[in-house]
Design a protein around this ligand. Structure first.
Ligand code: NAP
Ligand code: MG
Length: 497
């Protein structure tokens, strides 16, 4: 099927919408400004959403403040009942959600088909933490004559601001712990991906979550800034780029408003001298170029030993070149387009800079041609691998957020310390990988990588383990009890015994 026919047959329920979800109902937008939604595989607008006004923001925050009173009064166990229903309702919307998400940002359908079950899994995981949340915590004074009851109170009304690369997951990892904690929320999705999140709102409604607990507004970065600074907001949870994260941190600093920031990355895969090339090849795309290179934690810098450099370059180049690129609606597609015209120009300018700085193209390196009919105007960049990258080059230091891998070399004649130093030589600290046959040595190396998460021969995200970045990759963590704690504020009540 060609791209146009396929799109004509989609019948997506949300395309051009003119409302927001405020206080338990869909409310027609009062303003006239609209923001387009573009399918990056064909370069055509197919949807649009309204820009929320200041008074709509006031209404949503007001609804969340009112709902906070009764929602926070429930026990964790009572709120868990809602979380489990939401999970089931999300799963029943899986296909429509996936089709919408793929049209928004060009993520391959094989990726977006997992979004609903992943979201349901996150709700179910947080539901398991209700006993911890509800459990009584009493701590004796060290001197013995008194004790403290440690209460875990919800932090309040939370602004949840998400990027476009995983528009469902990156909202749900905030929403599920916020709801369990007893918080109420206002969600602002990224402008390229404002529609798929409506299936999560549908699920919230179907699960009977009380009015005002969850509100959805759409708008630009300027609207996001107004949300961050709104006097009725108690906490901000943000995932996105480092420059925007710094602006939000500055605003929250002035307001002394708690904030969680999950920001950019530039992670490295260290190849140890004993690494198995077939393991590298099997795990490479998922760990180093997932979602056409638009994943925050992937290891887009490969640090290869001089003793096996040519072999690593050959393995990486041939694996990437063999990944099929095409219509993201095609189930066989591994690499889609990048998510927008602006991402296209940013990524292409990095490719140009790498050439100018002397890196060697070993796969890709240009706009993609010979795709199937109808994709000629899409934002397709060939998955690209550069060898002979040195640490000072821009592509080695800056986040590209597109399908580009850089291979650097370390001298392994006297061990692997140079590899660790190279991996730690960025301003970020989000992910990382160590490929090696000796798991003990790989663990030893992983412990020396200065980042929030490191994988050994694979990378995954574990809902029960904290995920977050160091340095310019952010502040605070999501997932796990630690991620739930970000939505709590502790109170110690002292009494004599
Ligand atoms: P972005 O440009 O920083 O935008 C993220 C969100 O912030 C969007 O909803 C955006 O709205 C909004 N925004 C923009 N300016 C704002 C402001 N001044 N105040 C409040 N909100 C504002 O990021 P992106 O381009 O969507 O996403 C890609 C980035 O996200 C990459 O850097 C990637 O590494 C990072 N990321 C990090 C993680 C992690 O967990 N660490 C995970 C995924 C992605 P508009 O869309 O309307 O501009
Ligand atoms: Mg942006």
């Amino acid at each position: 099927m060609n791209a146009a026919t396929r799109r004509a047959s989609l019948q997506l329920p949300y395309t051009h919408v003119d409302d927001f979800y405020i206080n338990g109902s869909w409310v027609k937008a009062e303003g006239t400004q609209r923001n387009p939604v573009v399918d990056p595989a064909v370069g055509q607008e197919w949807g649009s959403v309204p820009e929320a006004t200041a008074s709509e923001l006031d209404s949503a925050v007001g609804a969340a403040r009112t709902a906070l009173k009764s929602w926070s009064a429930l026990t964790g166990a009572e709120r868990t009942g809602y979380l489990l229903k939401i999970a089931t309702e999300i799963e029943s919307r899986s296909e429509a959600l996936a089709l919408t998400n793929t049209r928004e940002n060009g993520s391959p359908i094989s990726e977006t088909r997992g979004a609903a079950s992943n979201a349901a899994g996150i709700f179910r995981y947080f539901a398991t933490l209700a006993p911890w949340l509800d459990g009584e915590d009493i701590r004796p004074f060290p001197a013995g004559s008194a004790e403290s009851i440690v209460d875990k109170d919800p932090i309040g009304v939370c602004a949840l601001i998400a990027p476009w690369n995983f528009p469902i997951n990156l909202v749900v990892i905030k929403l599920a712990p916020a709801l369990l904690a007893g918080c109420t929320v206002i969600i602002k999705p990224a402008s390229p991906t404002p529609l798929s999140i409506r299936f999560i709102i549908e699920a919230i409604e179907a699960a009977g979550v009380p009015a005002g607990v969850v509100n959805l507004l759409t708008g630009s970065g300027r609207f996001g800034d107004a949300l961050v600074r709104h006097p009725g907001v108690d906490k901000v949870a943000f995932t996105g780029s480092t420059p925007v994260g710094k602006k939000i941190a500055a605003a929250c600093g002035e307001l002394l408003r708690p904030v969680t920031l999950e920001l950019g990355g530039k992670s490295s895969a260290i190849i140890l001298p004993d690494a198995d090339m077939s393991v590298l090849s099997t795990r490479l795309i998922r760990s180093c170029m997932r979602n056409t290179g638009q994943t925050c934690y992937i290891s887009t810098r490969i640090i290869a030993p001089s003793s096996r450099y040519a072999e690593v370059v050959q393995t990486v180049a041939s694996t990437i070149a063999a990944g099929r690129q095409g219509d993201p609606y095609d189930e066989e597609t591994v690499f889609g387009p990048v998510a927008s015209a602006s991402q296209y120009s940013t990524v292409m300018s990095y490719i140009d800079s790498a050439r100018e700085e002397g890196a060697r193209v070993v796969a890709g390196g240009t706009r993609s041609i010979s795709l199937s009919e109808g994709l000629e105007s899409g934002e397709f960049i060939q998955p690209t691998v550069f060898a002979d990258v040195t640490p000072d080059m821009r592509i080695s230091r800056e986040e590209i957020f597109g399908p580009v891998i850089s291979i650097l070399k370390y001298d392994d004649t006297n061990g692997v310390s140079e590899a660790i130093a190279l991996a730690n030589n960025t301003k970020f600290g989000l992910g990382g990988l160590v490929f090696g046959a000796d798991e003990e040595q790989a663990l030893e190396v992983a412990r020396q990588v200065d980042s929030g998460s490191v994988g050994i021969n694979f990378f995954g995200s574990n809902h029960s383990a904290p995920f977050g970045g160091r340095h310019e990759s952010g502040m605070g963590v999501e997932y796990g009890i630690e991620g739930l704690s970000a939505y709590l504020t502790y109170k110690s009540i002292h009494r004599t015994i």
